[in-house]
Design a protein. Sequence first.
Length: 338
Amino acid sequence: MVYFKGIPVKHRFNAKIIDLENEESDKFNFILKEKRIKKGINIARKGDETLDVEKFSEAVDESFKYFPFQEEGFDLDMVKKDFPTLTEEQIAYNLEEIDSYYSRNLNEMVASKYLEEFDDFEVEIDYYNTNTPTMPDITDLKQDGETTRACTLRELSIDWWDVRRYVAYYKAGAYAKLNAALSYYSIGQTNTKRDAFRHTLWNGLLANHYYTMSSKKPRLDFAKDIADMNEKCGGNNQDSAAMDYHNNAIGRKIWNDDTTYQKTWWGATINIRNPSNSRLISLVKEKMENILYISKNEDPKLSKDDKAKELERIYWLIKKADKNRLVYFSVNNDDYGY
């Protein structure tokens, strides 16, 4: 247990308390600059230093799950664990200092992730070398003879006695598959508009059908865990997996943006007001109106090397696509099966 501004806290972050109590630590640009200096990064920019907003957003997304002031509401349980000696009344009384504690730790974590994983800037080559980003390897966790569904359930330890997760998984999957077939019956199921629609709706439905009394966070975490494991068990090529990850995230965001709370208590949000399944379908169809088509050369006569280059080209185009715009890259319409 350490003390932040006189308040005892079970400190679980990497930042040193003495650094957090520096008033400059509430400014992200100060933290980022200090970290670059400590790393010995000699930045050679033309003009003023700028921030890569997309990469910054990725760093924020990776960090936010460790903090209580999330988009889906204030996680009071997390605060209680971090400040175990405080009563709820004392938490409410010291909320400004507690908020400052988390905010400064968030600055520290985002700056670290931005530099270590995402920072990509012009430098003096002899002084600092950046690694060229590469595509991840194909992931397939399936055991012999196992389907993607069976692999997902096994890896996440979901079985019939785990009622909430089991029911949510099957209801969301069946409903998304049916409505994708009804909406795009003449289009193939792989990397197409139909595929994009199904994945986007599926993720919203996963969150919608995983029942909790108050917080949105467990629902969103459940949806992401299922969708991510589905890809890890799927063995898809990198371009297909990138498309799925991209559209899955938009599906969860659609649900999150359209799900509200009825009231708050001590700053904690409770009583979720869910969208209906038909409402989610309408919202996904609205997104489909502006879907981005990335043209891929799928000529079967391409050489093995040319196919690999084309796959990588599509992968990076998807990674650079607008995070709020659905994507697909195949116009295959020769698969009418449901």
